[in-house]
Write a protein of this length. Structure first.
Length: 335
């Protein structure tokens, strides 16, 4: 065989191999072979206060897309908003939220103030992605009361930062097993447009919570401005909150956006205001209409997303002197 013909055959085979390899790489990227680990920390000290919803921590894992057991996939397809055509993930969550009254120096019961409470929970979630819509079903199970270890976590953290203890934890809500079923639906790319090198979109949402922890219906909207808005559905927070996505799918090396949004809730029950204290009768009345207004930013770089959110929460009970303010920090890793 002539040298020229041999070289052409080698070049043709190399081209075929390269084409197949690139196709395989593209298919692998499309399948999104990455799970995500998410860490959320919310605290009012970030906003300069120390009362009411004072601390929240949540760790979660979200599975690789579409890698589910057949029995679990078949079961999740029975949920409204979830179908075989969706890209589905399953999530596991461990979290704790802590609440205190205004006066944390007093040791006696404070019937006209928000009671001390801790909420420790495990959760499982199904997340169904339909492209520009996201459905989330979540079930949280746990305990409210001394067994949630709110006192130990709060005062241990105060020791670490050399701050005074909260002294009234003997008057916290009684031990109560808790359950909470949540649903959220979020849209993105509504009214999407380009503003020079940047993108802007609106992300409406609606949902509900049912259970002896909280029963409410909620709806709201978020405005985002930045680059690569299709990387995620917004940043998550500890519920009750505006929804986001615990996963992201970067299309290039770096994406970012700033955002502002509002969530309005009609509240039928809130154990942290309606629950029974262990040593006294709580004498406060919750507000049935509550809203969160928030603003912040998110940066996505390769396998990491970093987000910060500043939240203003309207008065949750009659006689509350002013809205609450707290910060939320989120870290998400793909692996």
């Amino acid at each position: 065989m002539h040298t020229g013909a041999l070289e052409r055959r080698i070049a043709a085979k190399a081209l075929i191999i390269a084409t197949l390899y690139c196709s395989w790489i593209g298919a692998s990227a499309a399948e999104d072979e990455s799970g995500t680990f998410n860490f959320l920390w919310e605290n009012d000290a970030i906003a300069g206060t120390d009362h009411h919803y004072t601390n929240g921590v949540e760790l979660s894992y979200l599975s690789i897309e579409d890698h589910l057991w057949d029995w679990f996939r078949n079961g999740s397809n029975l949920l409204p908003g979830v179908s075989n055509d969706d890209h589905t993930r399953v999530g596991l969550t461990l979290g704790q939220s802590i609440f205190t009254p205004d006066d944390t120096d007093a040791t006696q019961p404070l019937p006209d103030q928000r009671p001390y409470a801790g909420w420790l929970y495990l959760g499982i979630a199904v997340v169904a992605n339909q492209g520009n819509q996201l459905d989330t079903w979540a079930l949280n199970l746990g305990i409210v009361g001394p067994s949630a270890h709110g006192e130990q976590v709060q005062n241990g953290f105060h020791d670490w930062i050399s701050s005074a203890h909260a002294n009234g934890w003997d008057n916290q809500l009684s031990d109560t097993p808790g359950y909470q079923l949540l649903y959220e639906h979020r849209w993105r790319n509504i009214g999407k447009r380009r503003l020079g090198p940047l993108e802007m979109d609106f992300s409406p949402h609606l949902g509900f919570s049912f259970g002896n922890i909280a029963t409410y219906a909620n709806a709201g909207i978020t405005l985002r401005l930045g680059r690569d808005l299709h990387n995620d559905f917004g940043v998550p927070r500890i519920r009750p909150s505006l929804p986001g996505s615990a996963f992201f799918q970067p299309r290039d090396g770096l994406g970012w956006y700033v955002f502002a949004g509002v969530d309005a809730r009609g509240v039928a029950y809130n154990i942290f205001l309606d629950g029974d204290a262990s040593t006294y009768d709580v004498d406060i009345h919750k507000e049935t209409f509550v809203y969160d207004a928030q603003a912040g930013f998110a940066v996505i770089w390769r396998k990491l997303r970093v987000a910060y959110t500043y939240v203003i929460r309207s008065r949750e009970f009659e006689g509350q002197e002013q809205p609450d303010r707290f910060g939320s920090v989120g870290l998400t890793f793909r692996f």
